[in-house]
Design a protein around this ligand. Structure first.
Ligand SMILES: *Cc1c(COP(=O)(O)O)cnc(C)c1O
Length: 641
């Protein structure tokens, strides 16, 4: 333990309370704990990872806590129930899970299972997702479980949907483009089936944040008001107005501001009321997704946060729709929402290890000798005279001398050894100035460059592209922190660089209460080898939290780092058991994605070694060793073990 440092300090530093409550916390041992049901029963995440490693489940590793999923689902329903009771809303709530948020079989199956008491349904946005839903969702004889079909639809998609309705599903086809209505009507006439139709409205209310362009006039999806009227008229002419049952909107994901949600509800509420008054068979109002996750724990309308809680969200929907309907004297609709992020994010934790670190070079320089180069003597003098009064001025001197040293070297006036010496003293100046700077209340802008220079790089056993694509593609922030050593003071500031040979493969933006941080506080790696030149580090594990939605799906095979190991933990008889392990890709798997067959590769290598043997470039033992390694590599994990 470090003096003056406690787990309370760590808790504050990483804001774990803000983004993690009630699931994540820190225990007395300084390790992160997980409470899968948000109650007092806690698991030590560090011990869990150590135990998994003993079972040969190596890092990087994604751990899914099924109970967190169940808890999120229960909370959402509880909030809607509470709002319905509070405002005396004379109808019910029937939610659906948008499959696109995380399509993994185990997860969709678990949600369908946990959702049964609530008649919780599914929302699909493509033909493959519809196939998943049909394979997963049970037929609910009460007809209360919804299967909502969104997204662009072709004839095949629509035909499958219409027929699936006959299996007994309460399936609604949501028209997103006018064309879909005509195909649907044509098909249903041919099949002699009555479709249940919904319309997705393009609202004027603008979303905000990264996903804000799902709404407004330029939105990719949905019908404008004139188009909705075309749907209405077409159905009216065919005497099918009773088939128009649902109004849907989706203003984007991660809506940080409650004001935006309120506006959308008001607009959609009016459309719903008028369609009902015009004689459409309206029954459902589907408010889409958008319920946000507080990734930075700041409770603000910053894009990584949200300025409302789940109960506020439920209240505003219920009260908003009730007001609209009461004014018009209309029976309020069954409320539907399609929350993905808010349900799936918390249940997955990505654990990875640090393999190495690159800290700004620092070695106390040898005192200068009289006959050394003038430039080196100047640098040394600068180093010696740095104090709290002059550190800013000394910084500029040090930079200037270092630049001069490089010029002289380039023209052949400084030897390699002299240049090394100059650089070493320069870095020593940097450290000395930085240490003074850290304790100042205010630092001028020109010293910010130095602060950036002093940031270390920690190399992580991960592919950001594969496992956290949003962090890279759209600068999404996820909470990241060590899962142990939290009773020690983290003395380093670092960015994280991944294993891929791509300069974008890094994480250099971190959550903060105000805006974002350019570096993360981490502990010094502990060398367990006595040899300083060939350090061997004690394992250091980091966790990236709230990664259960969207991240697993978009991952690509950058540098052929494949799927990582996944384990599911579930509660059985009050004990957490490994429900199952899904082993990540091995090298042969990822090569197959890009069309290389293992046996062909092995055969080719075998022929090459035969040739080398014949030409005496390899001994028989060496050739066998090469083939054996090649074979072993094909069967091993794509990450460092
Ligand atoms: C993506 C999407 C959702 C899920 O949104 P979240 O913000 O994750 O809840 C819901 N409905 C539609 C139509 C979507 O495209």
């Amino acid at each position: 333990m470090t003096e003056n440092w406690s787990i309370a300090h760590s808790s504050e530093l990483y804001h774990i309370e803000g983004w993690g409550h009630p699931y994540f916390d820190i225990n007395e041992a300084g390790n992160v704990t997980v409470s899968p049901r948000g109650d007092e029963k806690k698991l030590d995440l560090f011990e869990l990872v150590e135990n998994l490693k003993k079972r040969d489940v190596n890092l990087p590793l994604l751990i899914r806590f099924s109970d967190i999923l169940a808890d999120r689902l229960a909370r959402l329903h509880q909030c809607m129930q509470e709002a319905i009771a509070r405002y005396d809303y004379p109808n019910i709530y029937r939610g659906v899970y948008p499959v696109k948020c995380n399509q993994h079989k185990q997860l969709v199956e678990a949600l369908v299972d946990y959702g049964k008491p609530y008649h919780f349904g599914l929302e699909v946005g493509s033909k493959p997702e519809l196939m998943i839903a049909l394979a997963t969702l049970d037929i609910d004889k009460t007809g209360e479980t919804l299967l909502i079909c969104n997204g662009y639809k072709d004839k095949e998609y629509l035909e499958t949907a219409l027929l699936a309705q006959q299996l007994g599903h309460n399936l609604i086809i949501v028209v997103e483009q006018i064309k879909e209505l005509f195909i649907t009507l044509e098909l249903s006439e041919k099949l002699n089936l009555k479709p249940q139709i919904g319309v997705r409205a393009k609202l004027k209310t603008k979303g905000s944040g990264h996903w804000g362009n799902s709404t407004g006039e330029k939105a990719k999806f949905g019908l404008t008001i004139p188009e909705i009227l075309t749907v209405y008229k077409t159905l009216q002419e065919k005497d099918l107005l009773h088939c128009l049952k649902l109004l849907h909107f989706h203003i984007g994901s991660q809506i940080s501001s409650i004001a935006v949600i309120k506006d959308a509800i008001r607009e959609a509420g009016q459309i719903y009321v008028q369609l009902t008054q015009m004689g459409a068979g309206m029954k459902y109002l589907d408010v889409g997704g958008g319920l946000a996750v507080d990734y930075d724990g700041s409770k603000t309308n910053f894009y990584a946060s949200k300025n409302y809680n789940m109960q506020n969200y439920a209240n505003d929907i219920v009260a908003g729709i009730k007001d609209c309907c009461d004014e018009a004297n209309i029976h309020p609709p069954i409320l539907v929402s399609e929350s993905g992020r808010a349900i799936a994010s918390h249940h997955s934790v990505l654990i990875f290890n640090v393999v190495n670190s690159n800290t700004p070079p620092y070695k106390l320089p040898e005192p200068v000798k009289e006959k050394e180069h003038l430039l080196i003597r100047n640098l040394w003098e600068t180093y010696e005279s740095i104090d709290e009064e002059n550190y800013q001025e000394m910084y500029h001197d040090a930079v200037q001398f270092k630049d001069e040293a490089i010029s002289l070297f380039n023209f052949g006036y400084l030897t390699l050894t002299q240049r090394a010496r100059a650089e070493q003293i320069y870095w020593a100046c940097g450290h000395k100035i930085y240490n003074i700077m850290k304790h100042q209340a205010y630092v001028s802008d020109d010293l910010e460059g130095l602060a950036d220079l002093m940031i270390s790089t920690y190399y992580i056993n991960l592919s950001v592209f594969q496992s956290a694509p949003d962090a890279w593609a759209i600068d999404q922030l996820f909470p990241i922190m060590p899962i142990h050593r939290l009773n020690e003071k983290p003395t380093e500031k670092a960015i994280l660089a991944d294993l891929t040979c791509d300069s974008d493969g890094k994480i250099d933006k971190f959550i903060d209460l105000l805006d974002i941080k350019k570096s993360l506080e981490l502990h010094k790696l502990e060398n367990i080898n006595n040899n300083e030149k060939n350090p061997q580090y004690k394992p250091y594990y980091l966790g990236m939290f709230l990664v259960g939605s969207y991240q697993e799906i978009m991952g690509n095979l950058h540098n052929l780092f494949g799927d990582i190991n996944v384990v599911h933990l579930a509660n059985e008889n009050d004990n957490y058991q490994l429900q199952y392990i899904v082993k990540g890709d091995n090298v042969a798997n990822v090569l197959e994605y890009v069309e290389y067959k293992s046996d062909e590769l092995q055969e080719r290598l075998r022929r090459l070694t035969e040739n080398a043997l014949r030409e005496n470039k390899l001994t028989l033992e060496q050739s066998q060793l090469l083939l054996k390694n090649y074979d072993h590599n094909l069967r091993s994990y794509t990450y460092l073990t």
